[in-house]
Design a protein around this ligand. Structure first.
Ligand code: CA
Length: 222
């Protein structure tokens, strides 16, 4: 699950980043509205945490631009107590929720979970399931029929993408974009290695799900 934080208070931004990373989210963090908009327009995020008072472009304008470009990524607005007007404007412009500063970590995490909750295949916030194969966030493992095997962080992140989009071919570009980011020098054969680890682990617990290769394109969970 990949999140974008747009917040100009560097200490707060970095603290949020740290908390979310510890909770298994992939996080990109930027400190002004223009960078926030540039990142948001890539469409690779599962959720955006957007401050309202920002240098270069304020959060409301960032949000307007995101929606004008038909990017439907859920947005959680961060507002100061005094910004009631902005809060209303934000919700009118297509924000999904807002959180008033200061807030406690537990509430932030709950809002982020609510914002990124997917329909259908989710059992609860910490478990994803496809055809009896379960991906458990708390234990960082896959489970089938009572058998479980631990995953590395990257394996977990790739598995999360696959299990959230069953039968959909995920291109190698998309996997790199989501998990390592645009500017990484990860190569396609690194992905192939992680996929082969995942296949072995799925086989170890005798789950019937298979990661199929779409030759020259990417992978899908079937
Ligand atoms: Ca601010």
């Amino acid at each position: 699950m990949k999140l974008l934080i747009v917040e100009d208070e560097i200490q707060l931004a970095d603290a949020l980043t740290e908390i979310l990373r510890r909770n298994m989210y992939l996080v990109d963090t930027v400190y002004n509205g223009i960078d926030g908009l540039d990142n948001a327009l890539t469409g690779v995020y599962d959720g955006i945490i957007l401050d309202i008072m920002l240098p270069k472009m304020n959060g409301i304008d960032v949000l307007r631009n995101i929606r004008a470009n038909r990017i439907s990524t859920p947005v959680l607005l961060l507002t100061a107590r005094s910004e009631v007007e902005d809060k209303i404007k934000g919700l009118d412009c297509g924000a999904d929720d807002y959180l008033t500063k200061p807030f406690i970590t537990g509430e932030l995490l709950a809002r982020v979970r609510a914002m990124t909750r997917r329909k259908g295949e989710i059992i609860n916030d910490n478990r994803l399931e496809y055809n009896g194969l379960e991906l458990n966030k708390n234990t960082c493992s896959i489970i089938y029929n009572g058998n479980d095997v631990k995953l590395s962080l990257k394996e977990y992140q790739i598995m999360e993408l696959l299990i959230s989009n069953p039968h959909m071919i995920l291109t190698k570009e998309r996997i790199i974009e989501k998990i390592w980011g645009y500017e990484s020098d990860v190569e396609y054969n690194n992905i192939e290695v992680y996929i082969s680890f995942l296949r072995k682990k799925i086989a170890v617990i005798s789950a019937p799900a298979k990661i199929k290769t779409a030759r020259g394109i990417g992978y899908s969970l079937e």
